[in-house]
Ligand binder design. Structure first.
Ligand code: HEM
Length: 433
């Protein structure tokens, strides 16, 4: 992408797939991104879900990501409320407990894979927040099978069967497609069982996302059907697990790679006297800047979903015919020298020195398909990082360089390991919610 930007300028055309995706215009200029993302549900652009059909075997035919127009709007209306403000904050204490539990499972001194640990944490958080499941055989089975399935999608090789339908051949449980299909079937069964049980024993006190979605109605009074619920749950689990785990892995990398960053964060955490109150943590400026810079320098989703022109559209340097497919190139937008001096440097201070527009800084995309888990992911990142940093001193045990690479549908760091050097002295936690 950097080479193409260098050679061809602000926008360039790339083949990222077959058929319609064999010609996609990558857009990097904030003005162009603003034009696209402010008009992607109107006269200039569309955000058709059909262009995301690659994900259908994984997410089903009724996933928000594959829907367009009114159906997409309806699904967003139903899915968004559980991710808002107070609802989301109620998961704060739970997230902290999950971190403490997962960290305590690591034996002091023995190296652990940072990605694996972050995946464990993010999977438990999402299973608890989305399903309200924490213990019991169904939870354990879902954690195992979902973890296996989503982990496989982290490998460019294993994910290739989504891009090439000819590879979708079932040669038994050991073949890539065969095991994927079996895992998918088992996950569906577990989800349908959970839904049936909830319908049979309604409990209005439950605050998890599945319960909220089961009780939600659109403006015509229609609720989501069981298969819609299944597809949306799969969407939330898939979109929310790997992305947040990767962001957390990068954040821990940067904080420990740069001692002055770690020191400054520790003094900020010290300034709140070891308080674990999620709302206080959420508002810490330096912690916020670290999370923002983590998602700037190597955005986990390097591209937005595709949008398509409905009419001729003039961008800053090029003119697009009707029917042209465009994607916001988040990676290059975040590397503009004019917006981010020394873009290759990890420097959280830049987020304290100035504000960036939503078209200069867009790790969660924008417009009609902006990430619905944005606030949740930011909240989780801050709570996980603050809890780990204020409880443990970690050290790198891997020697080699850590590099950015493709992880199936997203990007992330090459594997690295750390170890707990020591547990920091206990502070008295404030009561958290
Ligand atoms: C650090 C973590 C995350 C990052 C970097 C991220 C990034 C993104 C990006 C770039 C998009 C595409 C937006 C566009 O095309 O304009 C997206 C969409 C989406 N994300 Fe996230 N995401 C994260 C976490 C989550 C979480 C935790 C959830 C839910 C639990 C989630 C659910 C979704 C969904 C459902 C969409 C599709 C929205 C639609 O099609 O209308 N994401 N995300």
């Amino acid at each position: 992408m950097r080479d193409s930007r260098h050679r061809y300028g602000e926008s360039f055309t790339i083949a990222i797939g077959k058929g319609k995706l064999s010609k996609v215009v990558f857009v990097t200029h904030p003005k162009d991104l603003e034009l696209i993302l402010s008009n992607d549900d109107g006269e200039l652009f569309d955000a058709p879900g059909e262009l995301n059909a690659t994900l259908e075997p994984l997410l089903g035919t009724e996933s928000l990501i594959g829907l367009s127009g009114d159906r997409h709007r309806r699904a967003r209306q139903l899915l968004l409320p559980p991710f808002h403000g107070e609802r989301m904050r109620s998961y704060g204490q739970l997230i902290q407990e999950i971190v403490a539990e997962a960290m305590n499972e690591e034996i002091a001194g023995s190296p652990f894979s940072v990605r694996k640990l972050m995946q464990t944490i993010s999977m438990r958080v999402i299973l608890q927040a989305v399903f309200g499941l924490r213990h019991g055989p169904r939870y354990q089975r879902l954690e195992k099978v979902l973890g296996r399935m989503l982990d496989r999608l982290g490998s460019p090789f294993s994910v290739s069967f989504l891009f090439f339908p000819v590879l979708q051949l079932d040669f038994g449980p050991l073949s890539p497609w065969g095991s994927f299909v079996r895992d998918r079937k088992e996950i569906s069964r577990l989800i349908f069982e959970e839904i049936a049980e909830r319908r049979a024993h309604a409990d209005r006190s439950r605050k998890d996302i599945l319960s909220l979605l089961m009780g939600a109605c659109d403006e015509t009074g229609e609720a989501l059907t069981d298969s819609e619920l299944r597809d949306e749950l799969m969407t939330l689990l898939t979109a929310g697990h790997e992305t947040t785990a990767t962001a957390l892995t990068w954040a821990l990398y940067w904080i420990h790679k740069l001692p002055s960053t770690r020191q400054q964060l520790l003094s900020e955490l010290g300034s709140i006297g070891g308080a674990y109150d999620p709302n206080t943590i959420f508002r810490l400026p330096y912690l916020n800047a670290i999370c923002a810079e983590t998602l700037r320098i190597y955005p986990v989703g390097m591209l937005t979903f595709p949008r398509v022109t409905k009419t001729r559209v003039e961008l800053t340097v090029t003119s697009l015919k009707p029917g042209t497919i465009v994607m916001g190139c988040i990676y290059l937008a975040h590397r503009r020298e004019d917006v981010y001096p020394d873009p290759e440097q990890f420097r959280p201070e830049r987020f304290l020195e100035r504000r960036f527009s939503p078209f200069e800084y867009l790790p969660f995309g924008g417009g009609s398909r902006r990430c619905i888990g944005m606030a949740f992911a930011q909240f989780e990142m801050k709570l996980v990082i603050s809890r780990i940093l204020s409880t443990f001193e970690l050290v790198f045990t891997s020697k080699g360089p850590v590099r950015l690479g493709r992880r199936g549908l997203t990007s992330g760091p090459s594997p690295f390991r750390m170890a707990i050097k020591r547990r920091l002295p206990e502070t008295t936690p404030c009561s958290g919610d």
